[in-house]
Design a protein around this ligand. Structure first.
Ligand code: URA
Length: 233
């Protein structure tokens, strides 16, 4: 793992050290976007990640099922330290049925590796919606609603220690807020899942980092915050 932001995997250009944060401080600061106190999702006692994946792949609950090549349930470690939640599949994910395998996914893998996280061992990667919206448009409310129970089941089954939420759409959907991602990022929020609260850290989407270099530094600070929380648990 890297300690120096000059070793940031996303840029060579960071000169000043980024601020260090304590996870407790971050949690105390997380008050702006409290997730709704929704009823705990009920999962069947024989539910499993394999069943969720089969249900996702057979789902025809919204119009995205008609245009997808493959549904993209998610992949990774079954008892992950960190669950990464993105927006939804793009063209590469639609073609392969795997999450975050395009350019943004390659950057995500680098970012995660820089703090010791790997989808092969201690991380699970999924999306808010499981089928690609045509032309990569934003998902529509009926589509996120149709997919909500899949993600709820995955979170309940995985019981991740932390959730890293990648991007505006995922953060706003899961926190039921219209607060901009620039205000949501950088602090942990307690995300209620059943009878537990999972520390939930919104950050910028890797695609946004590819489009805008200026976001790389705050994204790196978010990763450092996650690393500090993992080390402090
Ligand atoms: N962007 C996402 O949000 N998810 C993916 O799986 C790929 C790109």
């Amino acid at each position: 793992m890297r300690d120096d932001p000059a070793d940031d995997p996303m840029t060579e250009e960071i000169a000043e050290p980024a601020a260090e944060y304590l996870p407790e401080m971050a949690r105390e600061a997380a008050t702006e976007a409290a997730p709704p106190d929704s009823a705990p999702p009920v999962i069947a006692s024989d539910d499993s990640l394999e069943l969720v994946a089969a249900d996702v792949c057979g789902c025809t609950a919204c119009k995205l099922s008609a245009t997808r090549t493959n549904a993209v349930p998610g992949e990774g470690a079954p008892r992950p330290l960190v669950m990464v939640i993105g927006e939804g599949p793009g063209a590469d994910e639609d073609a392969t049925g795997r999450p975050f395998v395009g350019k943004a996914g390659q950057l995500l893998d680098k970012m995660l590796a820089s703090i010791g996280l790997y989808r092969e061992s201690n991380c699970y990667i999924a999306n808010v919606i499981k089928c690609r919206p045509p032309g990569n448009r934003d998902p529509q409310p009926d589509e996120t609603a149709a997919c909500a129970s899949f993600l709820a089941r995955q979170i309940q089954l995985l019981q991740p220690r932390f959730i890293l939420c990648a991007g505006r759409i995922a953060a706003q959907t899961l926190l039921n807020t219209s607060t901009p991602i620039g205000k949501l990022r950088g602090k942990f929020i307690d995300f209620k899942a059943g009878d537990t609260a999972i520390p939930f850290l919104p950050t910028y989407h890797p695609s946004a980092l590819l489009r805008n270099e200026d976001l790389k530094r705050p994204a790196w600070e978010d990763l450092k915050l996650l690393r500090a929380a993992i080390e402090g648990q």
